[in-house]
Design a protein around this ligand. Structure first.
Ligand code: 5AD
Ligand code: SF4
Length: 441
């Protein structure tokens, strides 16, 4: 029996694409290799959003090509974003032993491409500039009760630092009936939580008939019996309308968690980034959320060291961090991406400056996260346990509706079912609690 391994980097969209790659291979009769070194086909589903992501993918590629030297019949494919980024394919074609380059728009071509690998000179290349919506492709879902559901593919935002529009093509919304049907089918099969995926979910429906937009979709999905939680990612603050906040406030299944990538707090830098909002507009959106959705958590992505960012610009970012009081922030050093406008801008900053700002930002946010987590001690929260805690397998680990990790003692049968947990202790990474027997526990 032929065996496969699919290795994944990057965002949830890539994780989702890997479920499709694995599903296609299973449909062809392959089975997942326990040890990827024994696989007949190894696919690396790659990310290129930052230079560090690329470095990790390429280090693994080197390792996999090392396995192949011992087993020359192994087919090695590089899928996803890296081969699609400007210059990516040319660089990858130099790697001896790499058989296949597959872009995010060509997942469905995998069976034909594998055939070609066996017959033709390698590497076989399929890197369509536009993604196709992947209706009807086989898939292997990795989680027993949580499911990713794609609602848009591609991206039309053209943030000046970002490689994604170059890689994944233009924004396309999936047919609403196909989405609703998929969620209904998932719920029938026992799934309780969905995460709606897109590069800018708030722009859902813009390319469809009038009346179909993200709010409409949320309201429609909120009515599906048996579904417990609806999440979505990624949001764009520019397109997050007050009406969407109201919708989320009124939809019981839509979780009170807002991930709103800020990127920078400086109006000057936001303009250079082509983000389409100002510091004031961003802060106002967060105020509306806090007012309309009590107990909401707001998390963010922030980048330091964009070309020309001054100390004052960076202070503006810290100002927003302190004003909004994010629950958590994913923080990055800007890295130039080939083909993007920002990569060609003057005044690229030295690594030491970026690193110093990153460290300061992390320290400021850490204190805020700890304070906000501390404020939850003594409260009772709804947790759906995912399984045993990674750090201590005797305990269960799950997430609140606000996307906080909670660790507590419970039985394995509770996995996938909502329980009430009394929070007793707070850290930066997780909360610790005990089952609350008072209600429903
Ligand atoms: N350099 C550093 N970080 C980046 N991101 C996107 N492009 C870059 C880049 N060129 C970050 C943004 C985005 C997150 C997924 O990655 O913060 O929200
Ligand atoms: Fe990485 Fe962006 Fe591609 Fe996701 S879409 S895998 S974050 S480059």
């Amino acid at each position: 029996m032929l065996k496969y391994a699919v290795l994944t980097w990057g965002c949830q969209m890539n994780e989702r694409d890997s479920e499709i790659l694995a599903g296609i291979l299973e449909a062809l009769g392959y089975r997942e290799a326990e040890d990827p070194r024994d696989a007949d086909v190894v696919l690396l589903n790659s990310c290129c959003v930052r230079a560090s992501a690329e470095r990790k993918v390429l280090a693994k590629l080197r390792e996999v090509l090392g396995w192949k030297r011992r087993r020359p019949e192994m087919i090695v494919g590089l899928c996803g974003c890296l081969p699609r980024r400007p210059g990516g394919a040319e660089e990858l074609k130099k790697w001896r032993g790499l058989d296949l380059l597959v872009g995010p728009g060509n997942l469905g071509d995998l069976p034909a491409l594998l055939e070609r690998c066996r017959r033709e000179d390698v590497p076989v290349v399929a890197l369509d500039p536009e993604e196709r919506l992947t209706e009807g492709l086989p898939q292997l879902r990795r989680h027993p009760w949580k499911a990713w559901v794609t609602i848009t593919r591609g991206c039309d935002n053209w943030c000046s630092y970002c490689v994604v529009p170059h890689v994944r093509g233009r924004h396309q919304s999936r047919d609403p009936q196909a989405i609703i049907q998929e969620v209904q089918d998932l719920v029938k099969r026992g799934y309780r939580e969905v995460c709606l995926l897109g590069q800018n979910v708030n722009a859902y429906g813009r390319d469809l008939e009038p009346g179909v937009d993200f709010s409409w979709l949320l309201r429609r999905l909120d009515r599906i019996d048996g579904l417990l939680r609806i999440r979505y990612t990624t949001s764009h603050p520019r397109d997050f309308s007050p009406e969407m906040v109201e919708t989320i406030a009124s939809c019981h299944k839509v979780c009170e968690h807002f991930h709103l990538p800020l990127q920078s707090g400086s109006d000057r830098i936001l303009r250079l980034m082509n983000r389409g909002y100002t510091q004031e507009q961003y802060i106002r959106l967060c105020e509306i959320i806090r007012r309309e959705v009590p107990g909401a958590s707001i998390t963010t992505d922030i980048m330091v060291g964009f070309p020309g960012e001054t100390e004052d610009d960076f202070r503006e970012t810290l100002y927003v961090v302190r004003t909004v009081q994010f629950e958590a922030a994913f923080t990055f050093m800007y890295s130039p991406r080939p083909g993007t406008r920002a990569a060609a801008m003057q005044h690229q900053l030295p690594r030491e400056v970026k690193l110093a700002r990153l460290q300061e930002l992390i320290a400021v946010q850490k204190e805020i996260t700890e304070r906000r987590n501390q404020a939850l001690v003594g409260s009772v929260v709804e947790v759906i346990p995912d399984g045993p805690s990674r750090k201590d397998p005797h305990l269960l680990q799950g997430r609140t509706r606000t996307d906080k990790v909670v660790v507590f003692a419970g039985k394995l049968e509770m996995v996938g079912h909502p329980v009430s947990v009394l929070i007793r202790q707070a850290g930066t990474w997780a909360l610790r609690g005990t089952l609350w027997e008072g209600v429903g526990g």
